[in-house]
Each structure stands twice: as structure tokens, then as C-alpha cells.
Design a protein around this ligand. Sequence first.
Ligand SMILES: [Zn+2]
Ligand SMILES: [Zn+2]
Length: 114
Amino acid sequence: MQFSVCEVCKKPLSSGELCPSCLLMKQEIQRYADQHLEAGPVELSEEFDISPKLLKSWVKRGMLNCLVECRQRGHLIRSGTLCTKCKSDIAVGFKFGEPETKYVGKMHGRNRRG
Ligand SMILES: [Zn+2]
Ligand SMILES: [Zn+2]
């Protein structure tokens, strides 16, 4: 048998990550974040007296949407860990952290049909 505890109040649970009352609080946090689009985990943590680390992990896991920075290049996003730009860059094999390619010769092939 598997035990888990509520991530916020550490109450034992039979399943899931949050107890019913903390689940309600999370909905409140989401409502607040929807009304304050500029609010990130730190502001929400102060407003709701909850660990910003926990809030960030919720955003990462898609349990909460609020303003966070994209993991790769710090773009502002509201869910997950990557913005759509960095996601698509990763999909095409873009390597982060390397100096930009210097163009030698003519630029070409940028408007290929796909
Ligand atoms: Zn709880
Ligand atoms: Zn990004």
C-alpha cells in the first residue's frame, strides 16, 4: 500500500498530492494568479503563506499557471518550464549555451518550404 502526504500541510492522503482543503487553496491561488497576471511564485507565496519552491514545482508539473521564467533563456511564461520558442528550438536540435553561429558566406535556405 502506498502512502502519500499532502504537499502543503503534510496530512496523510490515500492518493493524490493535495488534501481537499489545500486543493481548494490551490484553486484560490490560481484565481489570484489569473487576476494578477504579473504575479509569480514569490508574490503568490507571500499572499498565500506557502513555499515559493512548492509553487514553482506546481507550475513545472502543470498544476498551476502563474508567471515564471523559461528554464532556458528566461522568457516569461505562465505554465511549464519552457516557452514555446525554446520548445521548438529544442525540437529542431538547437543547442543552448553555445555562441551564435557566425555566418560565413551567403545566408541561404531560411525560407525553405516545409
Ligand atoms: Zn493539505
Ligand atoms: Zn524560452
